[in-house]
Ligand binder design. Structure first.
Ligand SMILES: [Zn+2]
Length: 333
């Protein structure tokens, strides 16, 4: 079996915002009306993968009940360890899910589950499925054997090909509000001040909040971004170019420390830092002079979003950051 098709990873704790969707799918399973294909959608950091693994553990449990997986059966033990042979994950190695992976999936789909009531196959980054892979997968969706559940993960239903969307039931995951996220982090043992700051930086994304907490360097970097915003609040227009350079330096640091499985590009690192700047502005985390009125903050946020979008598509980051800084300092003068 190729390395790209792997047994499921260890199940992690449930994230806030997941309980409702989990319960809905669990009920379908208990009432024997579980669809063959689920399209799990949610923005970056909503925890699609964590949700899928948790759900896979439930759907393979030998004694599933209203509250969830039993936690003690052989299937639950294997799912927790990440070594359950009835839970398979397909993660695209590069840009696109390969046709070879889908052929393997079609083969695996014909096999009976080893110990569980059903097999669960999780296809990550469903938005990368190309026409050819989608056609192959449709074949699986159309003659899915009874004891197979397919979960396709994607940022949104619109991001996958319509042929896939129309054949799967969508399970949307939403980002959560800041106070529920703060509460969740405090229940995990964080102090209130830290929990509240991290929740603000994470922009309602539990996955992003957890990865920030796992990585103290990224928290330090966020504190430096907040300090940078405080400097901008106090700066004269003449300082725009220097401040743009400093922001670029923060993104160079971000590039080295943002946790990512396949590395972070220069453009993604700048986008990450701009996200952090927006969080600092919106939550008033710079602790500075509050130079901008709410109207000006909204206008600056729009500009940051535009720069972020342009940088991620094609524009030269240095020029965009300079343009942005001039806007921030002129708008405020
Ligand atoms: Zn169990």
């Amino acid at each position: 079996m190729s390395s790209a098709l792997s047994a499921g990873s260890a199940v992690v704790d449930s994230l806030p915002g997941h309980a409702g969707p989990l319960q809905a799918v669990r009920r379908m399973a208990l009432e024997n009306r579980l669809p063959h294909s689920l399209l799990v959608t949610g923005p970056d950091g909503a925890g699609n993968t964590a949700f899928a693994l948790k759900l896979a553990a439930e759907l393979t449990c030998l004694d599933l009940n209203e509250q969830g997986a039993c936690g003690v059966c052989r299937s639950c033990v294997l799912a927790r360890a990440g070594t359950h042979s009835d839970i398979l994950r397909i993660a695209p190695p590069k840009e696109e899910t390969t046709i070879g992976q889908i052929r393997e999936l079609r083969y695996v789909a014909t096999l009976a589950p080893n110990i569980s009531p059903r097999r669960v196959i999780i296809i990550e980054r469903g938005e990368t499925l190309n026409d050819q892979a989608a056609n192959a997968i449709l074949k699986v969706l159309e003659d899915t054997p009874d004891r197979l559940t397919l979960m396709i993960l994607a940022p949104s239903a619109q991001s996958v090909l319509p042929t896939i969307e129309s054949r799967a039931i969508e399970i949307p995951l939403r980002s959560v509000d800041k106070s529920s996220l703060t509460q969740f982090l405090m229940e995990r043992g964080e102090k209130q001040e830290q929990a509240s700051a991290v929740a603000a930086y994470a922009g309602g994304s539990p996955g992003r909040a957890l990865s920030l907490l796992e990585n103290p360097q990224s928290l330090e970097l966020l504190a430096d971004v907040a300090q940078w915003v405080a400097r901008v609040e106090a700066a004269a227009p003449a300082a725009a170019l220097k401040l743009a350079e400093d922001l670029k330096e923060l993104s160079d640091r971000a590039k080295k420390i943002i946790p990512s499985e396949d590395g972070v590009s220069d453009r993604q690192a700048v986008a990450w830092v701009l996200d952090a700047v927006m969080a600092v502005l919106q939550e008033g985390l710079a602790g500075g002079t509050q130079r901008w009125s709410p109207r000006q903050t909204a206008s600056i946020t729009r500009e940051i979003n535009l720069s972020r979008h342009l940088i991620l598509s094609y524009a030269a980051a240095d020029l965009q950051l300079e343009r942005l800084l001039i806007h921030m300092l002129m708008d405020a003068s």
